[in-house]
Design a protein around this ligand. Structure first.
Ligand code: PGA
Length: 247
């Protein structure tokens, strides 16, 4: 079963119309491997702007959203609004949502369910903190986070699972290809044991955490690494090299 390589950019709370416009020009004119699905996660206020400028061969993702279609939830945006701007993806459960904004597994699960019901694709993130890795509980942590996500998924064709060890995010400390492969293989095994062979064989499990143009090829060569979620480097021209990691 071949899984289409998937590279997401997570711009986080960075950029302005000018700098994102330049980045969009770079992406629009770059030669991108058409065997790779590419999605850029833009700040919510720029979603509409980015969608209108970015070439249609590149998808756009929101970085978060709320769990209901509309209502008195000051400051939030809904999947319905995201869809209304022509956006097809949302990143959910990112470690910054979990650990800076205190989002619980339960809330993330509810968001996953509502986004899928609203026909948005979901990039669902899991990952252990440094102390959890050092305590030998990586597997327990990522399995538990994955279980809550899985309990809220009916159709796995619209889900990409991102393994992002918290200690590797924005730190310049990338997981080694072996470390990434080990967890990805275990996650695929969990999907096989708890869901089905079809889900385990088809779901893209992507890696995030200090991916760069320099380390992407070795990571991309791992059999269970089906792509990347890229933060810092997705704001630079080297994002093109990461998109083309399998070329
Ligand atoms: P990083 O971020 O590539 O800057 O480490 C990855 C992420 O948070 O998705």
């Amino acid at each position: 079963m071949s899984r289409k390589f998937f590279v997401g950019g997570n711009w986080k709370m960075n950029g302005d119309k000018e700098s994102l416009g330049e980045l969009i020009m770079t992406l629009n004119t770059a030669s991108l491997n058409d065997e790779t699905e590419v999605v850029c996660g833009a700040p919510s206020i720029y979603l509409d702007y980015v969608r209108s400028k970015l070439d249609q061969r590149i998808g756009v993702a929101a970085q978060n959203c709320y769990k209901v279609p509309k209502g008195a939830f000051t400051g939030e945006i809904s999947p319905a609004m995201i869809k209304d701007c022509g956006i097809e993806w949302v990143i959910l459960g990112h470690s910054e949502r979990r650990h800076v904004f205190g989002e619980s597994d339960e809330l993330i699960g509810q968001k996953v369910a509502h986004c899928l019901e609203s026909d948005l694709g979901v990039i669902a993130c899991v990952g252990e903190k440094l102390e959890e890795r050092e305590a030998g509980t990586t597997e327990d942590v990522v399995f538990e986070q994955t279980k809550v996500i899985a309990d809220n998924v009916k159709d796995w064709t619209r889900v990409v699972l991102a393994y992002e060890p918290v200690w590797a995010i924005g730190t310049g400390k990338t997981a080694t290809p072996d470390q990434a492969q080990e967890v990805h293989e275990k996650l695929r095994g969990w999907l096989r044991a708890n869901l089905s062979d079809a889900v385990a064989d088809s779901v893209r499990i992507i890696y995030g955490g200090s991916v760069t143009g320099g380390n992407c090829k070795e990571l991309a060569a791992q059999p269970d690494v089906d792509g990347f979620l890229v933060g810092g480097a997705s704001l630079k021209p080297e994002f093109v090299d990461i998109i083309n990691a399998r070329s």
